[in-house]
Design a protein around this ligand. Structure first.
Ligand code: ZN
Length: 219
């Protein structure tokens, strides 16, 4: 814990003074344009990977970068999605999975999660990706997990479209959805191309989108 506190002291000493104007602006308002939904994994840092500053990203992180489909039960993810879309009016949502994901590995390799009942129940929101992945042939376990990570991002893109706030923003053409998979070792990102139903390199195809704005309902 000491290194965390030392980090805070360094922030106060070095990072904060470089951004006094920014924090002054941010003190009373925020206008992030993007809702970034990623795994809680310590190795994926949204602001680092996208080189964003405070105030730029509205972030949800949880085990498996999961968005439960809309329902009557109260849920932190659902409330945060709704706030981002309806109140902050973000223009883009990124759902970002990553390589070597523990949650997706547990699903893909059918690890017994009886000793972690909360995790087991939570990961059921990835069931549609699980059955698709299980029906496929995989060359080895690594390929099985990589495929599960990708299918899960696609499943969560479908889940988020069930939220009324998202549905409305898509209908009004003011929201785009993005599905990414970040590779920890290489620092690269593959993005889901919704028009062609495949993943492509984001570096090579920076305009790739799962659901572009204006075409929300058609996609
Ligand atoms: Zn993960």
């Amino acid at each position: 814990m000491r290194d965390i506190i030392d980090g805070f002291l360094k922030f106060q000493r070095e990072a904060f003074p470089q951004r006094t104007e920014l924090f002054k602006q941010l003190a009373t308002s925020q206008h992030p344009r993007t809702l970034f939904i990623s795994c809680s994994d310590s190795r994926l840092v949204p602001e680092l990977v996208t080189q964003r500053e405070p105030g730029d990203l509205f972030v949800i992180r949880n085990a498996g970068n999961i968005v439960p489909s809309y329902g009557p039960e109260p849920g932190g993810v659902s409330a945060t999605v709704e706030y981002a879309i309806a109140a902050l009016e973000v223009t883009d949502v990124v759902i970002c999975g990553h390589s070597d994901c523990g949650a997706m590995t547990a699903i893909a390799t059918c690890k017994c999660l009886d000793h972690m009942p909360a995790v087991r129940n939570w990961l059921r929101y990835a069931d549609s990706a699980k059955v698709v992945n299980e029906a496929r042939e995989h060359q080895n376990e690594r390929a099985r997990v990589d495929s599960m990570v990708r299918e899960n991002v696609i499943a969560q893109l479908a889940n988020i479209k069930t939220h009324p706030s998202v549905r409305l923003a898509l209908e009004q053409g003011r929201l785009a959805l993005h599905g990414w998979v970040y590779d920890i070792e290489t620092g690269s990102i593959d993005a889901f191309d919704g028009a062609h139903n495949r993943y492509v390199s984001l570096a090579e195809h920076p305009d790739t989108c799962a659901v572009p704005a204006r075409l929300g309902l058609a996609a």
